[in-house]
Design a protein around this ligand. Structure first.
Ligand SMILES: *Cc1c(COP(=O)(O)O)cnc(C)c1O
Length: 437
């Protein structure tokens, strides 16, 4: 078979950077990204015949591990009935119902194909519903690549250390207010100054795209109360955390017990079971502003695709309390082993947590990380040698320090032990890392 090195060299002649999504190019860790040819359970296999314990899980969708039999079967039988009808199907309502059963305040849903489409639609809907223009977002939160939310976004932009993106007009950027995460005073001040112009606050339910940052106690509740008091909407972006941080995402760990709901949620990643489906949902009064009932236009040729619906239904049906208990437990074990190995090697760090989602931040033990500025101030140069040591031991980590680590219900003791065995050497590599000059 053609090697990853050859495939990558060829791909660079065919696609910008050789990839269809930037983080896959390994820009922040260097080296040749392995080209994957198959995946099963907790493992990925590359073109060179190497197997890896996967701690990316397709950036979240592989909640039940790769190629889970129930999802594979559901997809195979959906494929046998046809790939796309361009008309409504019974399964769209089934998936919508499964989401409504989990998340409070979801009275209407709309299926789309990517998380970006979900947040883009939510932003347009918030503007259409309120008749206001401004959107508030937090530095370091990533909501997909829609123009208006690329200002100070995390994820690939954190890695590339770009302020935003070329190609976004100054007029668009001027309609987005970027505030520091976890900063309630900044929110209060923004509403004091612009209150009657703010259509919505959009936030990751727990930020996971600048590395993980824990929302301070009651922060999302404060956002819900402040937006409501000012006639603005709260858009809770659960694209990454939804159906992963708990059965009801990070909202399930906060809003469910604190007694608040956002006006709109966005979903993606896990909801499609590995196929391209995402969604937005929320209060009927707001959602019914969407076409065909309301004046806010939105549509999609492949929205609610029958094969993707089948995958999503199988995924959510099998995402039982036992699955979340397993992932929570393995996450704690891994956090413990990681911090032990780093401490043993003398590497200053903190583990950043949001439920079972976590990441490591180097050189931050004194203060932890509460916002984007603190995330960027860490000793990020320690990650590349750490990452490559793990990779050469057969562990596939996110190729950037600014991403969360993902587990699945297929991560059994055998897979976990492989990770634990690889940690000491990687911790030593992090310890001897030197900053680039
Ligand atoms: C991944 C992500 C998105 C974008 O989803 P895509 O399907 O990649 O367009 C939006 N918001 C958050 C929080 C995400 O993590």
């Amino acid at each position: 078979m053609t090697s990853s090195a050859e495939l990558f060299a060829t791909a660079q002649q065919l696609m910008p950077g050789g990839v269809n999504s930037p983080v896959r190019a390994f820009g922040s860790v260097g080296g040749v990204p392995p080209f994957m040819v198959s995946a099963k359970g907790a493992y990925l296999s590359d073109a060179d015949g190497n197997d890896y314990v996967d701690l990316v899980c397709s950036w979240g969708p592989a909640l039940l591990g790769h190629a889970h039999p129930a999802i594979q079967d559901a997809v195979h039988s959906a494929v046998d009935r046809g790939l796309s009808f361009g008309a409504s199907t019974p399964d769209e309502g089934k998936l919508a119902r499964l989401v409504m059963d989990r998340f409070g305040g979801v009275e209407r849903m709309r299926m789309v194909s990517t998380g970006t489409e979900a947040t883009m639609t939510a932003v347009r809907l918030a503007r259409g519903y309120t008749g206001r223009d401004l959107i508030v977002k937090f530095a370091g939160c990533y909501h997909g690549h829609l123009d208006s939310l690329l200002a100070a976004a995390g994820s690939g932009l954190a890695t590339l250390a770009l302020p935003g993106s070329a190609g976004v007009t100054a007029a668009t950027a001027a309609e987005t207010l970027v505030l520091a995460y976890n900063d309630r005073e900044a929110i209060t001040a923004a509403f004091a100054e612009h209150g009657d112009k703010i259509a919505a606050v959009i936030t990751e339910s727990a930020p996971c795209n600048m590395g993980v940052v824990t929302p301070e106690d009651g922060f999302n509740k404060f956002l819900a109360e402040t937006t409501t008091a000012n006639g603005a909407l709260l858009i809770l972006d659960e694209v990454l955390t939804g159906f992963r941080a708990s059965d009801a995402g990070y909202w399930g760990l906060t809003g469910r017990t604190e007694g608040w709901t956002p006006d709109l949620y966005t979903f993606g990643k896990v909801i499609g079971g590995g196929l391209p489906t995402a969604a937005l949902g929320g209060r009927a009064e707001v959602m019914d502003y969407l076409s065909p009932l309301g004046p806010v236009y939105q549509a999609g040729t492949l929205s609610g695709n029958p094969v993707a619906m089948a995958a999503g239904i199988a995924q959510l049906t099998h995402a039982t309390p036992e699955v979340y208990a397993h992932i929570d437990a393995k996450s704690l074990e891994l956090q413990g082993a990681l911090t032990e190995a780093l401490t043993e090697a003398g590497v200053d760090h903190s583990i950043q947590r949001a439920g079972n989602l976590f990441s490591v931040a180097f050189g931050t033990s004194e203060t932890g990380v509460h916002n984007y500025a603190e995330a960027q101030a860490q000793e990020a140069y320690r990650y590349a040698p750490f990452f490559h040591s793990m990779l050469s031991s057969g562990i596939y980590l996110p190729p950037s320090v600014f991403e969360a680590w993902f587990l699945s219900s297929a991560h059994d003791d055998e897979a976990m032990n492989k990770i634990f065995d690889a940690l000491p050497a990687a911790a030593s590599a992090a310890a001897s890392a030197v900053p680039a000059v």
